[in-house]
Design a protein around this ligand. Structure first.
Ligand SMILES: *[C@@H]1O[C@H](CO)[C@@H](O)[C@H](O)[C@H]1NC(C)=O
Ligand SMILES: *[C@@H]1O[C@H](CO)[C@@H](O)[C@H](O)[C@H]1NC(C)=O
Ligand SMILES: *[C@@H]1O[C@H](CO)[C@@H](O)[C@H](O)[C@H]1NC(C)=O
Ligand SMILES: *[C@@H]1O[C@H](CO)[C@@H](O)[C@H](O)[C@H]1NC(C)=O
Length: 276
């Protein structure tokens, strides 16, 4: 058997030269990268063709191609059916794809792959992740027993936050002292939309009273994504005041902009989403 090594050699050389001469900086951005369930996101592919001509732009979710732009073909765009992906064709072109009504199961890696035309036929690819979440529809809610409280009494309270994915972390603060918190990462529940609940069973002592007052807050958090809290002034035997609930609904204060919890959360979500 005669193997034409020269052919391989020339081809290899061409590819090497092509690498040097054309197609640089293929870069994918996804905005937003953390997407609210059933909303939309824009995937943009940046590339520098140098002096080459574009042959195709291919878009992948994982290994599955769902959209292709080939300028020389008619029509120049093609959508490949993929359950759960809805391409907004009127807003998609050679540099971007808009996805609408995004389902949970689209969490994962997306790629854009650029191929240049002859003679070089060079390919460049970039990959980014996307996470689909659902935030709670309304603020957390506190329920407490109705008795007047003094030192030596037990304060019992519940807080619950409506279904979300992933479920939020809840915290109880009594006069700014943290008195209860649930599992910061409900690992097993990441795949489900579910309620978050937290119970408090606290023996009150003098340190819990602030000038006779007891202000209980329940705080719902997804690190760097979501923050909401409600506050309830409890009836204190030391400084009796009527109960009132003040919801801070809609006020989503950003948490401390540390990247660590954010990265950790994304990592966990990505890992979980491929277990199913
Ligand atoms: C993703 O979820 C949607 C809606 O639940 C479903 O129609 C589709 O089949 C799912 N796709 C995959 C690949 O599981
Ligand atoms: C693709 O569409 C976006 C939004 O309509 C536009 O900003 C962008 O310039 C378009 N790209 C090209 C190459 O036409
Ligand atoms: C997603 O991409 C990252 C880096 O590009 C890779 O480490 C990870 O394994 C990919 N995940 C899956 C499920 O393909
Ligand atoms: C808290 O929830 C538990 C379990 O649902 C319930 O038994 C208890 O009565 C609740 N307590 C308050 C103060 O709402």
């Amino acid at each position: 058997m005669v193997v034409n090594y020269a052919k391989f050699y020339v081809a290899g050389l061409l590819i090497m030269i092509a690498d040097v001469l054309s197609l640089k900086n293929v870069k994918l951005t996804i905005e937003p990268q953390i997407v609210q369930y059933l909303s939309h996101s824009t995937l943009r592919c940046f590339y520098d063709l140098e002096d080459d001509i574009l042959y195709s732009v291919k878009w992948y979710r994982g290994l599955h191609e769902f959209y292709r732009y080939t300028p020389r073909e008619h029509p120049s765009t093609k959508v490949f059916p993929f359950e759960g992906i809805t391409v907004d064709e009127s807003n998609s072109n050679s540099t971007q794809v808009v996805l609408r009504s995004i389902e949970f199961n689209l969490s994962g890696n997306f790629s854009c792959e650029i191929t240049t035309d002859l003679p070089h036929m060079v390919t460049g690819i970039d990959t980014q992740w996307m996470i689909v979440i659902q935030l709670p529809e309304f603020s957390p809610q506190i329920s407490v027993g109705r008795n007047v409280l003094d030192s030596g009494d037990v304060l019992r309270a519940n807080c619950s936050s409506p279904p979300s994915r992933p479920p939020v972390t809840l915290q109880f603060k009594l006069n700014d002292l943290m008195v209860a918190q649930n599992d910061p990462f409900p690992f097993r529940k990441t795949q489900e939309k579910s309620w978050s609940d937290l119970s408090l069973d606290l023996l009150l002592s003098d340190i819990h009273f602030d000038n006779g007052r007891l202000v209980l807050r329940c705080i719902a958090v997804l690190p760097d994504i979501y923050y909401d809290e409600v506050e309830l002034e409890l009836e204190s035997a030391r400084n009796p005041v009527p109960q009132r609930v003040r919801g801070l609904s809609g006020v989503r204060k950003p948490t401390t902009p540390t990247m660590l919890p954010y990265i950790l959360l994304c990592y966990i979500l990505l890992r979980m989403s491929f277990l199913c």
